[in-house]
Design a protein around this ligand. Structure first.
Ligand SMILES: C[S@@+](CC[C@H](N)C(=O)[O-])C[C@H]1O[C@@H](n2cnc3c(N)ncnc32)[C@H](O)[C@@H]1O
Length: 197
């Protein structure tokens, strides 16, 4: 398994950003209808991070065609019920929703309730022992963990160092379930970035 840092926006090439815009444009009518009751303004307001960073970062390492041949695992995928207690920001699972709409098999995992989502979803506390035990050996082609290790909910439940501890807890599980040529793209926590700087 290859570990890849979540790229800052300026490291994503203009070509990949263009591809992401085209892909998002194709998906938009479906996502607006399924999740925003047909209200495009609501969709545009809710999906800025998804459109500007999450989708381009994923497409910087794999095309939709390539992803259709893999199972993608979205850890801490977000939930319509997940909220940052400090800022009231909501974290809806737009990436998992988009991958599903693209006909890509995505498994979204979050501690918060995922009832009502169309993609394959599991509400699980990733800190539990063998939390990914339901996933067969060497079945996953790509793992995506954005915002998880720095999640306000994670720190609230497990303390300030929880991001590093959670990464150490799930890495051996990922070694089991991810294919040898699979990719783990994740966002380091602030503390980890300082340590590696
Ligand atoms: C900052 S949000 C990021 C959501 C989404 N990945 C995104 O980029 O918009 C972090 C997510 O991690 C989830 N989370 C926090 N602690 C978790 C845990 N112990 N197990 C599973 N998910 C957790 C939260 O419920 C929240 O949905």
């Amino acid at each position: 398994m290859r570990n890849v840092d979540y790229p800052p926006i300026w490291q994503i090439s203009p070509e990949v950003k263009d591809t992401a815009r085209v892909v998002e444009g194709l998906l938009r009518p479906t996502l607006v209808r399924q999740y925003c009751g047909g209200n495009e303004r609501q969709y545009l307001d809710a999906t800025v991070p998804f459109r500007e960073r999450q989708l381009p970062s994923l497409l910087s390492i794999a095309s939709p065609h390539n992803l259709r041949r893999k199972i993608v695992l979205d850890l801490g995928c977000g939930s319509r019920y997940a909220r940052d207690a400090d800022t009231y920001t909501s974290f809806e699972p737009w990436l998992s929703r988009a991958l599903h709409a693209l006909d890509i098999h995505v498994i979204g995992v979050d501690i918060a309730n995922l009832d009502g989502e169309y993609f394959d979803h599991h509400s699980i506390d990733l800190f539990l022992p063998d939390s990914l035990g339901f996933i067969p050996d060497e079945s996953i082609g790509m793992v995506y963990a954005i915002g998880l290790f720095d999640s306000p909910a994670l720190k609230e439940n497990y303390g300030h160092d929880a991001g590093r501890q959670l990464r150490d807890h799930i890495l051996p599980q990922l070694e089991r379930i991810v294919k040898p040529d699979g990719i783990f793209m994740y966002e380091r926590t602030g503390t980890q970035m300082l340590k590696s700087a």
